[in-house]
Design a protein around this ligand. Structure first.
Ligand SMILES: CC(C)(COP(=O)(O)OP(=O)(O)OC[C@H]1O[C@@H](n2cnc3c(N)ncnc32)[C@H](O)[C@@H]1OP(=O)(O)O)[C@@H](O)C(=O)NCCC(=O)NCCS
Length: 215
């Protein structure tokens, strides 16, 4: 049955190997377990906010609160969609996409993570392509931006492989110490010029108003 209150629950992005969708609360618990099993080397911190260092049971609580908070704070002119990434019927990670004033700025930003067993198999590229296809082909976006801490070769690898160009440096201090980031930028025209996988987008029509895009 369609979700009348929150049509984003009916949104599906499908690639060859992946399905991206909003997690239900039960699926959020499964996704949280994947995150708890490990996303990165314990000595590293690839994220701007060190959420993977939070001890249990605060970790589980804050993980769920983060996802609920995105939903609670959602505004058509300021939103972030954190999709669960599913392969072979089970959650493997998360791919988010967000925008402020999308109808005017035509710009989206992205972030992502995969459980360690699922990294290095091209899923990172495939899930980024999925949200870019939605943004560029269906939401009228003209620019996609992202960034990665300078030592995050895998994240930069995804951005470069998908066609982003370097766009200057930034700074983050996830653990109280300033670290440089590499910013990346990709235009819709650049994305269209390159080969990319087919992405099926389902259930979008009723979400357009939520994304701040005229239907
Ligand atoms: C970042 C992340 C989502 C990338 O997904 P992934 O599935 O591992 O990446 P892919 O297998 O799709 O690889 C994408 C590209 O990066 C390259 N790459 C992947 N891991 C790499 C590494 N450790 N070092 C160098 N290059 C790497 C791949 O070769 C590929 O490039 P190619 O197509 O030119 O060969 C995943 O590694 C991850 O979750 N890392 C920990 C969390 C994180 O860093 N999140 C991002 C925060 S900004």
């Amino acid at each position: 049955m369609a979700h009348a209150l929150w049509p984003l629950f009916d949104l599906r992005l499908r690639t060859d190997r992946l399905e991206l969708r909003l997690p239900t609360d039960d699926e959020l618990a499964m996704l949280c377990l994947i995150a708890m099993e490990g996303i990165h080397d314990p000595g590293e911190m690839p994220f701007g906010y060190p959420w993977t260092k939070v001890p249990s049971p605060r970790f589980e609580r804050e993980f769920a609160q983060f996802h609920w908070g995105l939903r609670a704070r959602w505004q058509p002119n300021d939103w972030n969609l954190a999709l669960m990434v599913v392969a072979d019927g089970r959650p493997i990670g998360s791919q988010d996409i967000g925008a402020r004033d999308l109808a005017v700025l035509r710009t989206v930003g992205t972030g992502s993570w995969l459980g360690r067993p699922f990294q290095g198999q091209g899923f990172g590229k495939e899930m980024r392509h999925a949200v870019l296809a939605m943004a560029f082909e269906h939401l009228g976006a003209e620019v996609a931006e992202t960034d990665a801490l300078l030592d995050n070769a895998a994240s930069a690898g995804v951005s470069r492989a998908v066609g982003y160009r370097e766009n200057g440096l930034g700074r983050l201090a996830p653990q109280g110490r300033a670290r440089d980031t590499q910013r990346f930028r990709l235009t819709a025209a650049e994305w269209r010029d390159r080969p990319h996988p087919t992405v099926a987008v389902e259930g979008l029509e009723r979400c357009l108003e939520l994304f701040g895009v005229p239907a």
